[in-house]
Design a protein around this ligand. Structure first.
Ligand code: SF4
Length: 209
C-alpha cells in the first residue's frame, strides 16, 4: 500500500472549506474564538480508538454512538429493525481497502459506478500526478485491487490459490488478513477516522486551517 492522499484531499479539505463558508469566514479569514460548528461522526464503541478531535478550533467533533454506548452490533440491529440491514460500510467508491465482496456489489448493482472505478483504477497506474510532477515518481504501478491487475480483470469473483499465496507471503498470516480479502477492512471511513492506517494529513498536504 502506497501513501494515500484520499482522506485529506477528498474529505477533510472540502469539509473545512464548506464549514468556513457556512460560518462566513472563507480561507484565509481568521475565525474568531468561540465560533465553531459541531460535527457528528458515527464511531461506535468497538472502534472507540478512532474517535478523535478535529485539528482546528472551529470544528468540534461529537460521537453520538459512543455517547449512547452503541456498538457495531447495536447499529446493525437498529438498521435491521428499520428494514435497512443491507446498509453498506461508509467508504469511497474507489477505495483500495475494498474486499472482493464490495467490488462485486458495485459491479453487480451499479454499472455506472463500476465504469467509474474501472476508469479511476486505470488513471492511477502511474501514481500521483502531483508527486510525479515534483520528481517523486512511483516505483512500479498502482492498482486498486490486491491482485495488482486492472480492476476490470481482477479476480473479484473468487480467491485464487495464487492470490492466497501472494497475500500470505505479503501480509501477516492472520485470519483477519484473509477475511479482509473478502470483506474489506472492518472499519468504515469518516473524516478524522480513516479506514486504513492513521494518516498525518495536515503535514502531508498543507491544508488550509
Ligand atoms: S474510504 Fe477512506 S481509505 Fe478508502 S479511499 Fe476513501 S478516504 Fe481513503
Amino acid at each position: 500500500m502506497t501513501r494515500r492522499q484520499c482522506t485529506g484531499e477528498y474529505k477533510i479539505k472540502p469539509i473545512k472549506k464548506k464549514v468556513r463558508e457556512l460560518l462566513g469566514y472563507p480561507y484565509p479569514t481568521r475565525i474568531p474564538k468561540g465560533i465553531f460548528v459541531e460535527q457528528w461522526a458515527g464511531i461506535s464503541t468497538d472502534e472507540f480508538h478512532r474517535a478523535k478531535d478535529a485539528d482546528v478550533k472551529y470544528m468540534h467533533n461529537r460521537h453520538p454512538l459512543i455517547d449512547m454506548d452503541w456498538s457495531r452490533s447495536d447499529c446493525i440491529r437498529y438498521l435491521t429493525s428499520l428494514g435497512l440491514a443491507d446498509t453498506p460500510k461508509s467508504s469511497c467508491l474507489g477505495c483500495p481497502y475494498h474486499g472482493n465482496a464490495q467490488w462485486r456489489r458495485i459491479r453487480d448493482t451499479s454499472p455506472e459506478e463500476w465504469a467509474d472505478v474501472v476508469e479511476f483504477d486505470a488513471a492511477i497506474r502511474k501514481g500521483n500526478a502531483r508527486a510525479n510532477a515534483t520528481g517523486n515518481t512511483l516505483l512500479g504501478e498502482a492498482f486498486l485491487h490486491r491482485s495488482r491487475v486492472p480492476l476490470s480483470d481482477a479476480p473479484i469473483d473468487h480467491v485464487t490459490a495464487a492470490e492466497w499465496a501472494a497475500i500470505q507471503q505479503e501480509l501477516t498470516e492472520t485470519a483477519q488478513d484473509l477475511d479482509e480479502l473478502e470483506s474489506g477492512v472492518i472499519d468504515g471511513c469518516s473524516p478524522w477516522a480513516c479506514r486504513g492506517e492513521v494518516e498525518p494529513v495536515q503535514e502531508n498536504f498543507g491544508l488550509a486551517s
